[in-house]
Design a protein around this ligand. Structure first.
Ligand code: 6LJ
Length: 147
C-alpha cells in the first residue's frame, strides 16, 4: 500500500521523551489488539531539539511496563516531510499546537490535520500537560502503587 493512502498518525510533544512516545505506544497497542496495526503508520516526534537521540523518560517506561505496553523509541524532531506524510498530527498542549502551526505554515502541500490529542478524550480533558518537572503523587508518572 502506498504510504500516502495508508492511515497515519504522528504524536507530538515538546521533547518526544514523555507524552508523545507514551501516546504512540498506547495507540500501537490498541491498534494491535484491534488487529489493524498493519493498516497504520504510527510514530512520534518533538517540536524541540532538546532530547534528540534519547530514549523515553524512565518514569514513562516504568509506567508502560506496569501496564504491559511495549514502548521503544528514539526521540526525533518533527520534519517538513511529516506535514506531508502524516494524515494526523496529534499534539498535547497549546504550545505544541502553535509551534506545529508555525512549522506547518512553512511547508508547501501540507496534508496533516493538526489537532490536540485531548479532543479525542471522551471526558474532554483537552490539555495533556508537560510532566517533565512533575514528581508528585498526582503526576502522570506517579510511582505510588509501584510496590
Ligand atoms: C534550551 C532551554 C531548555 C519544561 C524538557 C521542559 C523542560 C521538557 C525540559 C519536556 C521534555 C535548552 C534545553 C522547558 C524534555 C525536556 C529542560 C530544559 C531544556 C519547560 C518549561 C516548563 C515545563 C517543562 N523548557 N528540559 N532546555 N519540558
Amino acid at each position: 500500500m502506498a504510504a500516502s493512502s495508508s492511515k497515519s498518525v504522528l504524536f507530538v510533544c515538546l521533547g518526544n521523551i514523555c507524552r508523545s512516545p507514551i501516546a504512540e505506544a498506547v495507540f500501537r497497542k490498541m491498534a494491535t489488539d484491534a488487529g489493524v496495526v498493519d493498516k497504520w503508520r504510527i510514530d512520534s516526534a518533538a517540536t524541540s531539539t532538546y532530547e534528540i537521540g534519547n530514549p523515553p523518560d524512565h518514569r514513562g517506561l516504568a509506567c508502560m511496563k506496569r501496564h504491559d505496553v511495549p514502548m521503544r523509541h528514539v526521540a526525533r524532531q518533527v520534519t517538513n516531510d511529516d506535514f506531508m506524510n502524516f494524515e494526523f498530527i496529534l499534539c498535547m498542549d497549546e504550545s505544541n499546537m502553535s509551534d506545529l502551526k508555525r512549522k506547518g505554515n512553512a511547508v508547501k502541500n501540507q496534508r496533516a490535520k493538526i489537532e490536540l490529542l485531548g479532543t479525542y478524550d471522551p471526558q474532554k480533558q483537552l490539555i495533556i500537560k508537560d510532566p517533565y518537572y512533575d514528581d508528585t503523587p498526582h503526576s502522570l508518572f506517579s510511582s505510588a502503587g509501584k510496590r
